[in-house]
Structures are given as C-alpha cells and as structure tokens.
Design a protein around this ligand. Structure first.
Ligand code: NDP
Length: 254
C-alpha cells in the first residue's frame, strides 16, 4: 500500500478505470460530482445515483460533452429507499452491465449542529438513514454483482469527526464513526474472498455546500475544491489499490 502522502499525491495513470462500471451516490453535486467527472475521465462508465435528477442531468451532459463513456442516471432518494429498492437497483445493473466494479458511497447529510441534549429525533433518524443505513443496505444488495467483477472496490465516506468527535456534531459524527466500524467489519468478512475490497475515505475540508452549511462564516477560497482531492478517490477505485482492504485513508492533509 502507498503511504498516506503518496496517496494524496497519487498520479492516476490515464485510463486507469477503463471499462470499469462505477456507481457513485450523491453524484449530482459537491465531491460526488467531481468524482463522477474524474472517474469518467479515467475511462469508467458511471452510474450517477442521486435524488435531484436535474443535477444528475447536468453531470451527464458534462460527461457527454467531454466525449467520455455515456453514464447512466439512477434517481434514488436514500432517505426513503428500502431493501426492495436496492434489490431493484442490483437487478438493473446486472441486466445492463453484468457486474459492478466500483461503488462510491458519497451522499451524505449534515443534520443539526447542536448539543446532543437538544438533538431532534427526526433529524437523528434522517442522518443515520442517509449516512449509514442506506450505504449498508446498498452494499448488501449489490454484493453479488460486485463479486462478479473480480476486482471490485467499495469506498465509504468518512470524516474527521468519524475518528475524533467534536462538540455539536451530533448524529453526523456518530454516523461517520459507524461507517469506520462497518468498513472494518465488511473488510474482515471479505478478506478471504479477495475480489471485493472495502475502504473508507475522509475527504477533509472541501469547498462544497455541506462545508458551507457547517462553517457559514468560512471563506471557501481557503479550502480545496472537490476536483483537487480526486487522487485518493482514483487510487481507491482503481487497480493500484487491489490489495488495500479495511483501510481508512485521507484525501488531503487537512
Ligand atoms: P454536498 O452537500 O455538496 O453533497 C451531498 C450529496 O449527497 C448531494 O449530491 C446530495 O444530493 C446527496 N444527498 C443528500 N441526501 C441525499 C438523499 N437522501 N438521497 C440521495 N442523495 C442525497 O456534500 P459534500 O460533497 O461536501 O459531501 C460528500 C461526502 O463527503 C459526504 O458523505 C460528507 O459527509 C463527506 N465529507 C465532506 C467534507 C467536506 O468538507 N465537504 C468533509 C468530510 C466528509 P442533492 O444535491 O440532490 O441534495
């Protein structure tokens, strides 16, 4: 495995994702959008999953305009989705592609920035549903078609507060701690298989709507933009990380 610094500075070989089928959640905005564009640029066929179709269509158009492999739009609201919806997703991907080579669980919600003693139950439920339960259920349903790949990579999105919590980060921090733990469990269970690896990525402070929501007074000019943190994503989704399993890596030093 590369060192932490090598991963952040990784220069993905062009076409490193050639002919790979990669599903990205929350692909219409922020880091997910940048990941969809970067993976398409590296040769992958992207399944753009998300809840706001107009945003997914914009990403679709950008990929087509760049004359890259035609992506697929898959509308899904992770807040309301149930096991049947993920089974349907698996059947659709299997019928269209016959396998899945990459799964980037990127979609997430921040919830409230408030003390736990005042945290609303409905917000708690929503944050854990979107950030934790949905990626769990989706991974479970897609595992058979990931196994068909022979070299599949599942990447869950963590956060700095998923490793060391901070006051007022509520359900968000709890969901990211749980993601770190779930990655370790999946990785241990799949280690023998050797054909599906599962890792976590912490994007670090990145200029997106979510970051602005969390730090409204911050000047985004001082942050990396999503397109500038893609090296680690390409590393984890590409063949150079084939033996990396159960790790939690950083996309930038911050
Ligand atoms: P954004 O808020 O910019 O984007 C979040 C994405 O998730 C959007 O595409 C959004 O869709 C999608 N999404 C939210 N709720 C749902 C839902 N119910 N169903 C389907 N899709 C949904 O966030 P970022 O790009 O900043 O964050 C991406 C990931 O990185 C998240 O997991 C976040 O926790 C993590 N992260 C981000 C950091 C940062 O500094 N930005 C730092 C650490 C971690 P829509 O556009 O339709 O709302």
């Amino acid at each position: 495995m590369l060192s932490a610094e090598q991963i952040i500075n990784y220069q993905a070989p062009s076409d490193c994702l050639k002919d790979r089928i990669i599903l990205i959640t929350g692909a219409g905005d922020g880091i997910g959008k940048a990941a969809a564009l970067a993976c398409a640029q590296a040769g992958a066929s992207i399944i753009l999953a998300g809840r706001t179709v107009a945003k997914l269509e914009q990403v679709y158009d950008q990929i087509i305009d760049a004359e890259l492999a035609e992506p697929t739009i898959y509308p899904i609201n992770l807040e309301g989705a149930v096991a049947d919806d993920y089974d349907t997703l698996a059947v659709n991907i299997d019928q269209q592609f016959g396998r899945l080579d990459g799964l980037l669980h990127n979609a997430g919600v921040l919830g409230q920035r408030t003390p736990l003693s005042h945290y609303r139950q409905d917000v708690w439920d929503k944050v854990l549903q979107v950030n934790l339960t949905a990626p769990f259920q989706m991974t479970q349903a897609l595992m058979p078609i990931l196994e068909k790949s022979g070299d599949a990579s599942v990447v869950f999105t963590s956060s700095g507060v998923g490793r060391t919590s901070r006051a007022f980060w509520g359900a968000y921090a709890v969901s990211k701690f749980a993601i770190e733990g779930m990655v370790q469990t999946w990785a241990a269970e799949l280690d023998e298989l050797g054909s599906v690896r599962v890792n976590a990525i912490n994007p670090g402070a990145t200029a997106t709507d979510m970051r602005a929501q969390a730090f409204p007074a911050e000047d985004p000019q001082g942050l990396k933009y999503p397109a500038a943190i893609m090296s680690a994503y390409l590393y984890l989704l590409g063949p150079d990380s084939k033996t990396v399993n159960g790790e939690s890596i950083n996309a930038q030093t911050r």
